[in-house]
Write a protein that binds this ligand. Structure first.
Ligand code: ATP
Length: 307
């Protein structure tokens, strides 16, 4: 048995490995799923800390939905293990259910019923206290439209109602498959605010997206998935820094033409020297660094576009 060195002061006995696993809200080890000849997920390792938003990013068919379906006990892994809230996703499937909320894009709402009636129906099915309806409507900011029929809802409102329904039983961990698919920029921003708000209440959220900007704004950590494997797994900030050329764009005073824009590579000794000389001569009017976008990092790492 090997215990990972965490770098902490060795006065406390390290916790046994299974407690390390339980500590994370979600953890997966060598998780794999095959559908006949297709290997949808090819041995992924994952760890999602409690109270954080984790993004699974990748193009269509990369395996994101299959990962969620395994982690939520809907399908069984071909091999490998995963725990959610400390429960094994295969062995403890029943204990897992009360802990998790799941929103898939193909889930149905009853169009002729109002938002509130949709929630009432789910509440009745799962014996949930009545007060919870108003609580979840507030969480997704739909209380004032709750009496309208769902067929009059925009896509964004429908999505928020589905999130509300998934929250009825007060899960601690929420799985969202493409939460902003098909939404206009304003509705997508509203969904992101809802997700952030839920995280602020202490929930752990695992979402899939192929929108790199969305992931960058929302997620504490992201994994890039390509053809069933994870090709990068880090904070958006670290990924962007690791892949950025340290470029600085300098606006300088030029004796002949007024202002002049120059791009310098800070790893180049000649450019470093030039910049130092200009600063000393008080010729620099403005200067800013340019960071790679998460999309650029994805393309550089994965060799394909995210969508
Ligand atoms: P998208 O962004 O389009 O939803 P994804 O990243 O979620 O894609 P998955 O839906 O997990 O990808 O699919 C991964 C691979 O597994 C694809 O090649 C898909 O065709 C295949 N696959 C998924 N579910 C099944 C199934 N039930 N039977 C056969 N093949 C499947």
């Amino acid at each position: 048995m090997s215990i990972q060195d965490t770098g902490s002061v060795p006065t406390v006995e390290p916790a046994p490995p299974h407690l390390h696993m339980a500590d994370a809200a979600i953890s997966a080890h060598a998780l794999r799923r095959r559908f006949k000849a297709t290997i949808a997920v090819d041995g992924i390792d994952l760890r999602v800390e409690r109270g954080t938003i984790f993004g699974l990013l990748g193009p269509n068919g990369a395996g994101k939905t299959t990962i969620i379906r395994m982690l939520t006990g809907q399908i069984v892994p071909t091999s490998g293990t995963a725990t959610v809230g400390g429960f094994d996703v295969v062995r403890d499937r029943e204990q897992l259910k009360p802990l998790i909320g799941v929103v898939f894009e193909d889930q149905n709402l009853y169009d002729r019923l109002s938002g509130r009636q949709n929630l009432e129906f789910a509440r009745w099915l799962y014996a949930i206290p009545k007060r919870r309806i108003d609580e979840v409507l507030d969480l997704v900011e739909l209380r004032d439209r709750a009496r309208d029929p769902v067929q009059a809802y925009s896509n964004g409102m429908r999505q928020r109602l589905m999130i509300a329904r998934a929250l009825l039983h007060e899960p601690r961990i929420l799985f969202l498959d493409e939460p902003s698919r098909g939404l206009d920029p304003i509705a997508a921003r509203q969904i992101r605010q809802t997700i952030q708000h839920l995280r602020d209440t202490g929930m752990t959220i695992l979402l899939t997206t192929h929108l790199m900007d969305e992931a960058d704004h929302l997620c504490q950590r992201v994994a890039f998935i390509v053809a069933g494997t994870i090709v990068a797994n880090d904070t958006p900030r670290a990924l962007k820094l690791a892949h950025s050329t340290p470029v600085v764009e300098v606006t300088m005073a030029d004796e002949e033409d007024g202002l002049r824009e120059v791009t310098l590579n800070l790893r180049d000794a000649g450019d470093q020297q030039r910049l130092a000389t200009w600063i000393a001569a008080d010729a620099v009017r403005s200067m800013h660094t340019r960071e790679a976008t998460l999309e650029e990092v994805f393309i550089a790492t994965a060799g394909v576009r995210p969508a």
